[in-house]
Design a protein around this ligand. Sequence first.
Ligand code: DAH
Length: 372
Amino acid sequence: MTIDEKAAKTLDELGLADSNGVGELFAEVRAAIECEVDSFRRREASDSDSACEAKTLRDRWLARGHGLIAQIDQNWLKATPKESRGMVGAEFNRLRQYATSQIDVDSLPGARKTTSAARGEAARGPDLTLPGNQRELGSIHPVTRVQRELEDIFIGLGFRIETGPEIESVYNNFDALNIPESHPSRDDWDTLYIDSTTLLRTHTSPVQIRAMRKHGAPLYIVTPGKCYRNENPDATHSAMFHQIEGLAVDTDITFADLKGTLDFFAKKFFGERTRTRFQPSFFPFTEPSGEMAASCPFCGGQGCRTCKESGWIELMGCGMVHPDVLRHGGIDPERYSGWAFGLGIERFAMLKYDIGEIQNFFQSDVRFLKQF
Ligand code: DAH
């Protein structure tokens, strides 16, 4: 039988006539109070909601009329025949005193803010010797931290931040980027479609189109944001991840501008001794297209576990903006040319902080997040 069930019965119904049993019963109630106060205090240390819990605990035991002490008064003491009233009364007084001292609002720290503060301070003024309420400050998420660092490097070069929607049109995500419906390269992106004309953007590249249409040329932008792909989660894949896209459109932009800017960027991010390498690749929205790699920041290019003994780390896709993409953005490819890149922010964060699992970023484990 629980304490609550016992409190609802009379001593007679509980089969307790002799003083021994009654003493034990009251001891059991005190033990229950001790146990509940104890577990409250343990929770209170880690819980900011404790003011509410303190009130619940107080009401449970001390509320007038329906609290457990009131029930015990009613059912055990008042219903006891005169002969044993004195003994039960003494036990009851001890119990009530114990309960009020243990569950006193002042001794339950969580309750202090609402109750004793409101009651006492109006009359006496606040007690300035009490420690203040400490609030634990959070920290910047490592992906956000690295995103800002990447942004800052490009802002320093005169680029502006431009953002676009995560729910994007199929047209901006694919067609305008020179990936027609029939083109096999559409399969490279494991797309999450919302309906036949809308999807969760698979990359930040559609913001190129939006920005060109909105601002025209010349244009120097970086576009950070979330992207989505139908990926099974593993150490390096997540269905939601972040990219930063870069786009420079102006008169006389050449591949040398791309190489110079990205080499400068890699040295800023990974250190002055970083070397860069450009290899041919394919993206439908750039021609020519490239993959940029940097000398491994862990071994300096000697070869190690992180760079799989190659000395190089692939960092991003890049290339000269395809004339059709400029045209879709409303810019005349006869007058203007441009270069672009796209990179995964988590990958940069993993390299910077030597994190082996992309999943760490999204599990909200405070032990992980606290380190940043
Ligand atoms: N959008 C590409 C992707 O998600 C990355 C990319 C490659 C972006 C080359 C670019 C680029 O702007 O020029 O795989």
